[in-house]
Design a binder for this molecule. Sequence first.
Ligand SMILES: Cc1cc2nc3c(=O)[nH]c(=O)nc-3n(C[C@H](O)[C@H](O)[C@H](O)COP(=O)(O)O)c2cc1C
Length: 279
Amino acid sequence: MPISIIVRNYDVDSSKYEALRNTPRPGHADLTYELKYGIRDWRGGGRSSARETIGRVAAGAIAKKILLISGIEVLGHVVELGGIRANAVDIENIRENTEKNPVRCADPDAAIEMEAMIQQARSEGDSVGGIVEIISTGVPAGVGEPVFDKLSAELAKGLMSIGAVKGVEIGAGFRSAIMKGSQNNDQIGVCNGKPVPDSNNSGGILGGISNGQQIVCRIAVKPTPSISKEQRTVDLSMMKETKIKITGRHDPSIPPRIVPVAEAMVALVLVDQMMRGGS
Ligand SMILES: Cc1cc2nc3c(=O)[nH]c(=O)nc-3n(C[C@H](O)[C@H](O)[C@H](O)COP(=O)(O)O)c2cc1C
């Protein structure tokens, strides 16, 4: 039977949203919802609020359990925040360290700097964005469809459907645009009687199909739009320009919060594609 999960929110507080009833927040979806529907749920952002991601994470938890049966693990971590870049760490460190600090960064030194960066931006009434990497291990070769529903295309769609995600790259991603073919190609050797690429610029996917290597996705996450710094907007009831300062319970930085959401989306896409392939 279908699995149904209901989450009742007993911590509702719409008071801070009252001031936003007629004034769309710059960078948020308030204006596009008004333009499309002529009405929006100003009491918390409605479906454009990251509250909707609870459904993704809950379903993703089930997908992760299904994947574990096949020895597949999906691990996300923050690799850049407010311009601070984490040192590259191996998969064991990602598994061990990511949940040990509030910024979900597997490099403990960078995590301290990132936390300070968030505090600084917050004290200035501002916010910072960053980059989250999601690595899937143990995915067998052969997952994915060859043309329109490529594994890479489905992952990009799943990840881009999360609020605040403004870019997705797989493997070398945007860096591959400045590489030579001889640098970008993962050359192939034989390991334990099997053909194995000796690097992973492809991010584990070629032609939309997994090759058995780690699947490496990265997402660019924008800074939280709701900031307390004064900004220009419009009072739609009078169609007059005005100023707003946004207060309330907002995330000063989204990347640490988005890690479980991004993991969930990758897990869901992998389960879908594996089921489609007959697993
Ligand atoms: C996990 C998560 C937490 C978020 N937290 C906030 C927040 O506290 N305040 C806010 O203004 N936007 C927050 N956002 C971002 C908005 O949901 C998003 O920017 C908005 O819906 C506009 O969509 P777009 O940025 O994808 O264009 C969050 C997004 C995610 C995924």
